[in-house]
Design a protein around this ligand. Structure first.
Ligand code: SAH
Length: 255
């Protein structure tokens, strides 16, 4: 069996219990060497065969998984964060489908979730934003024109921008055309790693702050008033608001 496993954002404790158990059992592990924390590999069996996919192309990765399957070995393909975001996992799953090889996917904690934890913020504040846009700037991978940064920014929703720290100047200039320039923004470099760094500012000064700190990769850019302090209290915990699990009359939990 082949398992695509989300390794989490960096801190080895942030892989799921299921993911860790699979790593401990695996005969073969192919990990995304550019971002997966190698400390996770210390859970692998001594005789596990471990490959770093950083320098491989798709066919080489598939060949390893195919061979593992042929010899009845269990293989883990370890992706950073959650495999469903910028993981190039779909093409691997489709290749296995074509070969008739079964696989499962085990989700992981994405870096944008680790970033919120590091910032100690909530992306969806009542009266501020109830929407999170996950996106990226165009790099070597193109982004469809209808998703260009300016049109997404028009919503002034919470934004988490991946793969774009190297273009932060251009990014902030585009965002400033739609959000007020004093909108709070942050860069979280290596969220949950020991050398994590947080830069806080506004759309106006974030790019220069990040450049001064020398951050060019492995960072997320977070934008929106969720980083500020004005918001409305939630209905969920409002004592005058009843819902399935609580009565408004102070009767406590009915769940
Ligand atoms: N699947 C991953 C994203 C892979 S794309 C996930 O769910 O997080 C790689 C990009 O993710 C990086 O360029 C960076 O923008 C972001 N990233 C990954 N790990 C990160 C971390 N620990 N801290 C901040 N950003 C991270």
């Amino acid at each position: 069996m082949i398992y695509f496993v989300g390794a989490g954002p960096g801190d080895p404790q942030l892989i799921t219990v299921k993911g860790k158990r699979l790593l401990e059992k695996a005969d073969v592990v192919v990990y995304a060497g550019s971002l997966v924390n190698r400390e996770l590999l210390s859970w692998c069996r001594e005789d596990a065969v471990i490959y770093n996919s950083a320098a491989m192309h798709l066919e080489e990765i598939i060949d390893i998984l195919k061979e593992a399957q042929r010899y009845g070995r269990m293989a883990v393909r370890l992706h950073t964060g959650d495999p469903s975001l910028y993981g190039a996992v779909r093409e691997q799953m489709d290749a296995l489908d074509k070969l008739g090889i079964a696989y499962e996917v085990v989700p992981g904690v994405s870096s944008f979730l680790a970033a919120a934890a590091s910032l100690k913020k909530e992306y969806t504040l009542p009266g501020v934003s109830q929407t999170v846009i996950l996106t990226r700037m165009e790099g070597r991978t193109p982004v469809p024109e209808r998703e260009e940064i300016r049109s997404l920014a028009r919503h002034q929703a919470t934004m988490a921008i991946f793969l774009s720290a190297g273009q932060i100047g251009k990014l902030c200039a585009l965002l400033c055309q739609e959000y007020p320039t004093d909108t709070p923004a942050a860069v979280v470099y290596k969220a949950s790693w020991k050398d994590e760094k947080i830069i806080r500012g506004t759309l106006e000064n974030l790019a220069s702050l990040a450049e001064e700190a020398g951050i060019r990769k492995t960072a997320l850019i977070l934008v929106g008033k969720f980083l500020g302090d004005d918001y409305e209290l939630s209905c969920l915990y409002d004592k005058h608001f009843s819902h399935e699990y609580r009565r408004a009359d102070g009767g406590g939990s009915i769940g």
